[in-house]
Write a protein that binds this ligand. Sequence first.
Ligand code: GAP
Length: 480
Amino acid sequence: MKKCSYFFDFLISHAKVYGFIFPSSEIYGGLNAIYDYGPHGVELKNNIKEFWWKSMTLLHENIVGIDSSILMHPDIWNASGHIDQFNELLIDNKDSKKRYRPEILIQEYVEKKFFNDPKKKEKILSRLSKSLKKKDLVDIKILIDELDICDPVYKTKNWTKIRRFNMMFKIKNEKNLYLRPETAQGIFSNFHNIIKSNRMKIPFGIAQIGKSFRNEIFARKFIFRMREFEQMEMQFFLFPEEEIKWYEYWKNIRLKWHLELNLGNKKYYKLCDHNHLAHYASAGSDIQFHFPFGFQEIEGIHSRRDFDLKNHEFFSKKKLRIFESKKNYLPYVIETSLGLDRLFLAIFSSSLKKEELKNGKSRIVLKLPYYLSPIKAAIFPLVKKDGLPEIAKRIFNDIRIHNRLVYDQKESIGKLYRRQDAIGTPFCFTVDYDTIKTNTVTMRNRDDMKQKRIHIKEISKIIEQETGLKKVLEKLSKII
Ligand code: GAP
């Protein structure tokens, strides 16, 4: 436990020191559960987005993209059920003035207290599960009292009643205007526009990447649970009678996609069926990932049937149904919903390593998949004299518009290598005295630190082939 929290603290510090993630508004003391992405963070994030986007829209000919607005007509949120049903439970401790989610209080308490008594643990969790299902808030409070659960920090039991709390952010002074809590509604409300403008035929999908906002009371664990975050969602519209076929198809495809990232098969807890379905879902499954604090959901796959389109028809009074082959129906929807920041954390935490070296020293290295690395290659002169910087700069200038590179001569070569290792740069090319005679440079690989000489002309091709998305997309296209 200690080891994991040490690693997590180290990861958060590494992300800040090397320009991946900063606490938002830090100079004013920060803002709970809001983060900013720095120069390397935004590159890594954009590369992840590009990989997901191309996997969806290039590898599936019947999936198109959209970029809908964050602010939407207030009726959208009535139709989607978010105003009435997008609630979390909360309980306050009157002494500490801290706010908790009661089910998490109970789960965490039971995990610790009955670690060696699985039967007792199971019994309590099953009672909790039943009460959650029945929305029996009184029984959940009784459970907290019976178990004698204290505030984890202040150790007192002075609890309030359990209440419901809507997680949408309402915009002040704007009647019924909310920040969207999921990107999906922009897809449902544009469903007919897309059918008409792009002549789409069922089955087809609409993909979108965008910001979502939730007033999470239990926002913790760095970028795992934030109040402002990004989702990569895809809604797949299908014939109702094919619901199960496509649900199974998308569960399978999404898992394969994750495994292709090569973060380690054991890091995935594959597809757990949801016990508590979201209000819009008739079936749901999680892909869980082993984050530094344990297995948690990274992506959800849901069958939303015609819940959204039916309600939008009712509230908007516009016909959204399809007329096809003499049939008149509302398509069902399978949705795949992946948190971009969670995927970032999964990739970052699995790639960050401390390695002991043969010379007794150690190095910190970020072994990102090459195609996701923020910087694809670094170009250095061995020394800052004798014309070497000029040659290195020339190489850099010749190829920098094709790939994100850095030129650096600020420190000794050893330190330059360590810095690139720490941000995950796959290759470093060093110009030395032999370059002047032979037009060759040393190429150093991040992962095994091996070096070899290559001709200057090969640099661009190697970067393109080894760090581009092409190879991985080609491989994926054969699997999915
Ligand atoms: N449209 C369906 C939907 O939003 P969800 O299970 O609530 O479903 C989908 O969210 C994904 O969005 C989650 O699996 C997670 O990766 C990400 N996500 C949800 N809430 C988040 C938060 N507060 N911070 C970061 N990511 C979040």
